[in-house]
Ligand binder design. Structure first.
Ligand SMILES: *Cc1c(COP(=O)(O)O)cnc(C)c1O
Length: 339
């Protein structure tokens, strides 16, 4: 089976398993796990922030960030197709008591500076005030598009001028930097906090990092505990996470494989394939006359897995557990399934 549902399906390789087995550990709630401490230092350095916090999931990282940046009852400006708005169970409302103000970020999924200014609400006797702008890079729902630093910077500058902090859901921010051929800090320098996932294209079994200023991370550590995410001898997971940070340079291969996949299936009748910028390939299947789920059943019979992704659309995601040969076989599978 060639599993292209998500880059989260990657399994820890032998080096990661060894890193888990050999990790020095301690009680991380007491700050005594040396492997976690090293991972947090290295992650902070990687994204150019003062400090970082190890969290079990990207979702928890985003949720903790929102809680730390805001006061209950404030508004958060989010993009209408963003992960935090669409795929996190309305967590900003549930965990932080926020009212969300969704903005249409267009094909890149990022509001302009003008849109941020329009969405801003000043606090007064009637209005709650805007407490957060949340951005996303790469933007998953838009097809893994890599948002350039200027676009992030324009939205972030507008927010900061209004005194509003900016969080970046950078689950795949290293994919963005790789695709744009910029250093990741050129993107993250514009924001107050950033979450990125170790458990996606970087191949770790578990874990994400939330980075920001010392003061932000100190408060985030308390909020992580509040949300039930204080972990103990978690060096066994941070060890693989440290290995995952070494895998950034391999992301370019995933992007090449995504391009090969997109080119390979572009000619299949009934498919309209968006040109990939990173490791995500969106295919509009409505031209086949089939529903996405029926397309996926047919693919499954040919040994290929993908995921339904909104009306008429199927998502393929390349990752370090599929190589070029797998991609070629997947192209054959897709062609055969829809012939
Ligand atoms: C996967 C993902 C997350 C959440 O990560 P989990 O570890 O699955 O909770 C957040 N934002 C984006 C854009 C993602 O793709």
């Amino acid at each position: 089976m060639i599993d292209l549902r998500s880059d989260t399906v990657t399994k820890p390789d032998d080096e990661m398993r060894e890193a888990a087995a050999g990790a020095a550990v301690g009680d991380d709630v007491y700050g005594e796990d040396p492997t976690v401490n090293e991972l947090e230092d290295r992650a902070a350095e990687a994204v150019g922030k003062e400090a970082a916090l190890f969290v079990p999931t990207g979702t928890m990282g985003n949720q903790v960030a929102a809680r730390v940046h805001t006061d209950r009852g404030q508004e958060a400006v989010v993009e209408r197709e963003s992960h935090v708005y669409k795929w996190e169970l309305g967590g900003f409302a549930q965990h932080s008591g926020l009212q969300l103000r969704p903005v249409d970020g267009g094909s890149r999924g990022v509001p302009t500076g003008e849109q941020v200014r329009e969405a801003y609400v000043a606090e007064d006797v009637h209005r709650p005030g805007t407490g957060l702008l949340s951005l996303e890079n790469t933007h998953n729902s838009k097809g893994g598009v890599a948002i350039d630093p200027e676009r992030i910077g324009a939205a972030a500058a507008a927010a900061r001028d209004l005194g509003v902090p900016v969080h970046l859901d950078g689950a795949r921010v290293f994919n963005a930097a790789t695709a744009l051929d910029v250093s990741v800090t050129e993107i993250t320098d514009h924001v107050d906090s950033v979450m990125f996932c170790l458990s996606k294209g970087l191949g770790a079994p578990i874990g994400s990092m939330l980075a920001g200023s010392e003061a932000f991370v100190e408060e985030a550590r308390r909020t992580r505990k509040l949300f039930g995410g204080g972990m103990r001898q978690v060096g066994v997971v941070a060890g693989p996470g440290l290995r995952a940070l070494e895998n950034v340079s391999d992301l370019a291969t995933d992007h090449e494989n995504a391009r090969a996949l997109a080119e390979g299936i572009a000619d299949v009748e009934g498919l309209s394939v968006q040109e990939p910028e990173t490791n995500i390939v969106l295919a509009d299947v409505s031209g086949t006359g089939l529903e996405p789920d029926d397309v996926l059943d047919r693919l499954e019979d040919r040994g290929v897995r993908a995921t339904p992704f909104g009306p008429g659309t199927v998502r393929f995601c390349t990752h370090r557990d599929v190589d070029r040969e797998d991609v070629e076989r997947a192209v054959e599978g897709v062609s055969g399934a829809l012939a």
